[in-house]
Ligand binder design. Structure first.
Ligand code: SAH
Length: 363
């Protein structure tokens, strides 16, 4: 999943092609629907998922969509004759994959206006008898069945947790999933590394210190607080990549998405460090062969890119020296879709000694 406001700012591109991906089946084109044409810019502002653009970007993210397709098509034994709940169905793509391999019934729940399109798409592809589209929030809809065998969802946001849709999946799991039922994907992990990024820090952050000769450094403070979603060149990575947090979607509670995790990043060469970089993996461990994808800087780029957190200090680090610290991630109290991140870090090196706490907000 993806946030519309950010998506419109971010240009989608692929950097490399190292994933083993098989061809996708095409969904036939749909006619224009009058309901969608009634949308105004105000509707889109508050509900970006009603616009097809964001779904186009997600569908064209082949790392994302083809991984789900492979999980379903190559593991049809998991889905055959099962009742599936698709949480946040969007265009119903995941529901269609499931129906195609013989799911008994699929409930496709979507809260945006895209639900109307999903309904038409299901019909146009001849799956009306297998897929029921339910328009509404998962927390508010009534499901015609008491239990489902499988919950599938693409809930991941920037920095894994932005938008907080994971809570909706956990809500659905606790309400409807049968004992020992399947959650797809069932594992997620957040990682941290550190990069050299002098050029971009200058361009994005220090720019505000002197704008055509004027001091706009009050905006610099804001630009430091907002993590930047962008793709990082793997050549910029200076340290190891450290696992921060793993999540078991089948078992975790909503509270587990707020945490403090320690980290220790060791420099692999002499360099300067300007930012920490966070990214995530997801995996489907119940597949015949472990399947998943990474959004890390060493993998093919996805629409999630990576999340860059600039540091106030430039760290002059020597090979073998370590940055130690911790990252605290919490849901914002006023707006639960936003995330507050606090990073404590310290380096006690031969050429640089720093210890600081910085706060960030994903919003
Ligand atoms: N499954 C689709 C769409 C993923 S994006 C695909 O893989 O392409 C996530 C979707 O979940 C968005 O369309 C959004 O509108 C929907 N959504 C988010 N929170 C929801 C909730 N609480 N109830 C129902 N739908 C939700």
């Amino acid at each position: 999943m993806n946030d519309g406001k950010k998506a419109s700012k971010i240009k989608f591109s692929y950097s490399s092609d190292d994933n083993d991906i098989t061809a996708a089946t095409s969904v036939s084109e749909e006619e224009e629907d009058s309901a969608m044409c009634d949308q105004t810019s105000a509707d889109y502002y508050f509900d970006s998922y009603s616009h097809f653009g964001i779904h186009e970007e997600m569908l064209k993210d082949e790392v994302r969509t083809k991984t789900y397709q492979n999980v379903i098509y190559k593991n049809s034994f998991l889905l055959k004759d099962k009742i599936v709940l698709d949480v946040g169905a969007g265009t119903a793509i995941l529901s269609l994959f499931c129906a195609k391999v013989g799911a008994k019934h699929v409930y496709a729940v979507e809260c945006s206006q895209m639900a109307d399109m999903a309904q038409e798409i299901v019909k146009a592809n001849g799956f009306s008898n297998v897929i029921t589209v339910l328009k509404g929030k998962i927390e508010e809809i009534e499901l015609p069945v008491l239990q489902v065998d499988i919950i599938i969802s693409e809930w991941m946001g920037y920095f894994l947790l932005y938008e907080n849709m994971l809570n909706s999946v956990l809500y659905a799991r606790d309400k409807w999933l049968v004992n020992n039922g399947l959650v797809l994907p069932d594992k997620a992990a957040l990682y941290l590394t550190a990069i050299e990024d002098a050029e971009y820090k200058e361009d994005k952050i220090d720019f505000w210190n002197n704008v055509y000769g004027f001091d706009m450094s009050c905006i610099r403070k804001q630009s430091m607080i907002e993590p930047l979603v962008d793709s990082v060149d793997q050549k910029q990575i200076v340290t190891n990549c450290q696992l921060l947090k793993t999540m078991n979607i089948s078992k975790m509670t909503m509270g587990d998405a707020s945490f403090t995790a320690p980290f220790k990043l060791t420099a692999e060469r002499d360099d300067y460090i300007h930012a920490l970089v966070a990214y995530f993996d997801v995996s489907f461990t119940q597949c015949h062969k472990l399947t998943g994808f990474s959004t890390g800087p060493k993998s093919r780029v996805t629409h999630w890119k990576q999340t860059v957190l600039y540091l106030e200090d430039v760290l002059t680090i020597c090979q073998g020296e370590t940055i130690t610290g911790s990252m605290t991630v919490a849901q914002n109290k006023k707006n639960p879709r936003d995330i507050d991140i606090t990073v404590k870090y310290a380096l006690s090196g031969r050429r640089c000694a720093v210890s600081r706490t910085q706060s960030y907000k994903m919003r």
